[in-house]
Design a protein around this ligand. Sequence first.
Ligand code: TYD
Length: 233
Amino acid sequence: MEKMLYEGKSKSIYEGPDDKSYIVRYRDTATAFDGKKREELDGKGALNAAISHIIYGYLEQNGIETHLIKVIDDTTALVKKAEIVMVEVIVRNVAAGSFSRKYGVPEGTELQNVTTEFSLKSDELGDPMINNSQITALGIATAQELDYMTDQALKINDLMIGMFSKVGIRLVDYKLEFGRCDGKLILCDEISPDSCRFWDIETNQKLDKDRFRRDLGNVLDGYRDVLSRLTGE
Ligand code: TYD
């Protein structure tokens, strides 16, 4: 195996075959609460890789530029080397999680418009929400980059709502990351039940990492359900 460059909470990054790429490996480690809760879930890496690659393929087909070059095997992919922008874009269609806690809105409340927000990528600080003028004041990203990421996030949201509503899944909220590559911003990192809230449209059953965060049990059954709906198998 190539040299490991970075070990994240649930993925490891290795040197790629050239200086423009990396190899990403999805591991079975599940973490929550900024890494404070941690467990190995046998097969999670392959499930997340498969789900993320289906979503990325669909987004690419619909004109969204992403870091994915090609899938190597069931847990690894070749991706473009990019300089990750140190803010996450959180997109919400339905109130849940920190939004519900912060604003006192019951989980499951349909929002009257899509919301986007940024949070600082820092486990140490607990990924605090940060606004545009704070991000530009700290030199983390430019105003143009923030506008572009927001615009892309809204396009991605339309595409993902279409994709998931067809298979009976309510796309509640999720996190996106972008990276700078060849003078452009491209979509990076994974889109999976680790980074999204997916609820069954009929029953509102959770099919995502909240089953791990909230000790609801059968965590990977939810992930398997998402994958089998997307593949139709
Ligand atoms: P949010 O409700 O802000 O946080 P929490 O999960 O602590 O209640 O999260 C919104 C969505 O974004 C949710 O689907 C989880 C995802 N997310 C991540 O994947 N990573 C992160 O670091 C953050 C802050 C959110």
